[in-house]
Design a protein around this ligand. Sequence first.
Ligand SMILES: [Zn+2]
Length: 51
Amino acid sequence: MPLDNETIEHARLAHEAHVDECRPCQTSGRPCQAAKLLRREYNNLVRRLGR
Ligand SMILES: [Zn+2]
């Protein structure tokens, strides 16, 4: 699968959408396990793109 800006943008939006809708994230003020996974996935994509 090609790695491009759109892929990274999608991962970023997925993380933001999760935090917006996730009750544990909102009530605790901290990222839940799923949010951490989504953010790690996004960070990995950014790293693989080399920036
Ligand atoms: Zn969450």
